[in-house]
Design a protein around this ligand. Structure first.
Ligand code: BGC
Length: 431
């Protein structure tokens, strides 16, 4: 049966600046990657050279049939030193946005996707009381310059990620997996590594507060206040831009006896932040898998479950459950800003996409205002501490030549987008 989507549905793919652009030299991650004995398995280096090849990449998306692109603007490029703005970087992103329109692609812009300028970290980073004002000032600058081209803006990507990271670090002192690219094998070397990091930033180890780390209560408040203050400024300087935040949500489930743990996890990962989101125009929802709770906490992924390259359970049906849950809680338009799978078996990516989209369709059929689906990711890219080894892309990249090679899943997803419909029997649109 053909499942038809609303006419205006946004069909896109996502990237994040640091993961694809290359040479993000003023950022905290660049500094940490290039340390002796770094936690990062590889350096981002030229990444997939998207800072140079964006025109080609955007044209490719259009050719595949997509009509939206979620990407991030890099704070460390726009404001490499505090209060000093780089006009060339602003012009670069203006051209990225214009290129989207030339290709009939709606841009969805994220203003912070994990990486921060080194100067911000030296000034207290994501635990400092000053950060909300600094972040809002940067957002104001970008939106004053470029807001006319930005119909949708996400202030902060996965503002709640530190909750998940803290749990994972606790759970996997020795070994384990994480939803995002965290190198858990390094836990043992943490102390000496922290000393290196502190030397590089020139501040004591306990004062290094990059975004991807455990957060204090106060730090969480700093992040969500940064969102709220940015929202206020963006509304002033670019009133037509729709504003949201993105959050990573597991499909939280329980087995008998695990109900309290599951509801505690829901509160910690999502519900406690609701009050900061009520004035947003939309919610950017990201989901990759489920997390099942028992009486003693989160259960490991069962031995016999199909796993992705990240060690997560293959569980595309989680997206539907999370959309339904978030919509009940927030009652506002939802854009799926990320959903995807790391795998070398592209047929499993096709299956994942089909199942996820069938779920999105069911939500829309029930009246839930889901406005778009941004697959993570357009390109195989730099998966943070895990380097280039995890392949989330619809498009493969030969990093020696930077040539792009769309995978069958890219054509499959592109056909769904171009037809604005999915065949729930599976392979009608395979090319
Ligand atoms: C992040 C991406 C990351 C993806 C896959 C999300 O949590 O926003 O940057 O690459 O997950 O791990």
């Amino acid at each position: 049966m053909l499942l038809q989507f609303p006419q205006a549905f946004l069909w896109g793919a996502s990237t994040a600046a640091h993961q694809v652009e290359g040479n993000n030299v003023h950022s905290d991650f660049w500094l940490m990657e290039n340390l002796e004995g770094s936690m990062f398995r590889e350096r981002s280096g030229d990444a997939v050279d998207h800072y140079r090849l964006y025109r080609e990449d955007i044209a490719l998306m259009a050719k595949l049939g997509l009509n939206a692109y979620r990407f991030s603007i890099e704070w460390a490029r726009i404001e490499p030193e505090e209060g000093v703005y780089d006009d060339a970087a602003i012009e670069h992103y203006r051209d990225v946005l214009k290129t989207c329109y030339e290709n009939k692609i709606t841009p969805i812009v994220t203003l912070h996707h994990f990486t921060s300028p080194v100067w911000l970290i030296r000034s207290g980073g994501w635990e400092s009381e000053e950060t909300p004002a600094r972040f809002a000032r940067y957002c104001g600058k970008v939106m004053r310059e470029l807001g006319e081209f930005i119909p949708y803006v996400c202030t902060i990507n996965e503002a709640n990620i530190s909750i998940g990271i803290a749990k994972i670090m606790k759970r996997h002192q020795a070994k384990g997996t994480a939803q995002v690219g965290i190198n858990t094998e390094m836990a043992a070397r943490m102390e000496s590594y922290n000393r290196e990091v502190s030397k590089a930033f020139g501040i004591p180890p306990q004062e290094v507060h990059s975004f991807l780390g455990a957060r204090s209560e106060k730090g969480l408040e700093v992040i969500f206040r940064s969102h709220a203050e940015a929202r206020t400024i963006i509304r002033q300087v670019s009133p037509q831009s729709k504003i949201g935040i993105t959050m990573s949500l597991y499909d939280i489930q329980s087995i008998p006896g695990g109900e309290d743990n599951a509801s505690h996890a829901l509160h910690e990962e999502f519900l406690q932040f609701k009050r900061f989101l009520m004035d947003d125009d939309f919610f950017g929802l990201q989901n990759y898998t489920r997390s099942v709770y028992g009486p003693d906490g989160a259960l490991p992924v069962p031995e016999d479950a199909e796993k992705t390259q990240m060690g997560n359970e293959f569980y595309p049906q989680g997206l539907e459950a999370v959309i339904r849950y978030a919509s009940r809680q927030l009652d506002k338009p939802i854009i799926v800003t990320e959903n995807g799978i790391a795998t070398d078996d592209d047929e499993r990516r096709v299956a994942y996409i089909d199942r996820a989209l069938t779920g999105v369709h069911a939500c829309i059929a029930d009246g839930i205002p889901v406005q778009g689906y941004m697959h993570w990711s357009l390109l195989d890219n730099f998966e943070w501490q895990l380097g280039f080894s995890k392949r989330f892309g619809l498009v493969a990249v030969d990093r020696t030549t930077q040539e792009r090679h769309p995978k069958p899943s890219a054509f499959h997803y592109g056909n769904i987008a171009a037809n604005n419909a999915i065949d729930d029997n599976g392979d009608k649109y395979k090319s």
